[in-house]
Design a protein around this ligand. Sequence first.
Ligand code: SF4
Length: 448
Amino acid sequence: MSAAELERFFADTSGNPIQHAFSRRGGHMPGASGEPVAADAHQSIWRQVQDQPRSGPTVMYLHVPFCANHCLFCGFYRNKWTDDASAPYTDALLQELEMEATSPAAQSAPINAVYFGGGTPTALHAQDLKRLVARIRELYPLASDCEITVEGRIYHFDNDKIEACLDAGANRLSTGTQSFDTRVRRRQGRKVSGEEARRFFEGLRDRNRAAIICDLILGLPDQDEEIWQADLKTVVDLGLDGVDLYTLAVFPGAPLFKAIEKGKISPAAPLPHQGLMYETGLTFLQRQGWRQLSSSHWASGTRERNLYNTLIKSGAQCLAFGAGAGGNLNGYSYSVQSELAHYYDMVKKGEKPLASLARNGPLTPVLNGLAAGIETMRVDLAGLERHPAVPEGVLAYLAPLLDNWRAADLITGNTVIRLTTAGRFWHQTLLTHLKAAVAEYCGPHPEP
Ligand code: SF4
């Protein structure tokens, strides 16, 4: 790759960077440097992966792919929830967990964080949530300070389910709230009102038994500046432990895209406006004394660590279970079958229900290191130069790009770069560009 080709990653330096540094957001970089394993070798390679001891930071992810309805803005909807799905899905998940629990990969080192995500984990019945959390603690070597998160939706996360999660050992409850404004919520398919959402969080907070986290989205249709500021103030007034501020992405073909296209709903805030909303949020939380832990996450005190999210984004080992989950173990990345019938069928046969398996390439740790740095808003580029998979001279090669980003007020520093407020808003774009530039500089690599 020539230095001139780097220019396609340059930011516009002529305007307010948080609004105009780039014309669109960078997506995830596909297929970093993995080598796919043929489907007929999945089970034999998986057994080898399981037979190797595991080391390093590790998380566990469990996916529950059901939702009461498809929220307009969401790209994660897979299966309509029905009450009779709870017990069979939990049974299958437990069987999948038990199949691997005695392997060297499972038992050889502590697990630092467990995350129930979805979909909607709290769609499961109280007794099923309880037996899942409790059984994981019995079967797997969780670290004594292991963070155990259950991601929930206010709708059907009732007192019995909350108590079941907490009694079984969950110590962090994260709830996708999006906005506390009833009209904005209802337009997106959220069933409970803003007032009910507030009361729900008060109930969680007053139990004083876990870190309580709320997700907000900025840029939703009809969410004007006044509503956004009220959302931020509500989070602070509620005394929650953490908040995520996510920017709305409207994907072509998604329900929200179609609804806007048909004129059924107001357009989402354009990117330059989202940038200003992000700045409002960052400034407000900073003034309230909240600590920014990542580009999109803040904590009010010491109870919130955001451990799972930090570790997973830095390429930690991840033991993954449940239809549609994705993991990373002993040098292999994998995904679990998302089609439910197929998932149940493979688990019943005693097989790991893999949909894909790929051996990580030599650049994977390098790219993971960049992701970890961008996530925590501080990238130490000296590590790049020292890595055996990276040819000499990479920092000199990247210099024009970094000069441009400094001129655009997206980063500060030289060997150790830090993201400015604008850089934090554009963090995904910076990461995509930086990974692409480094990967192209390193060129195609022979697999080990
Ligand atoms: S936001 Fe949550 S509940 Fe709504 S469709 Fe997406 S995953 Fe399901």
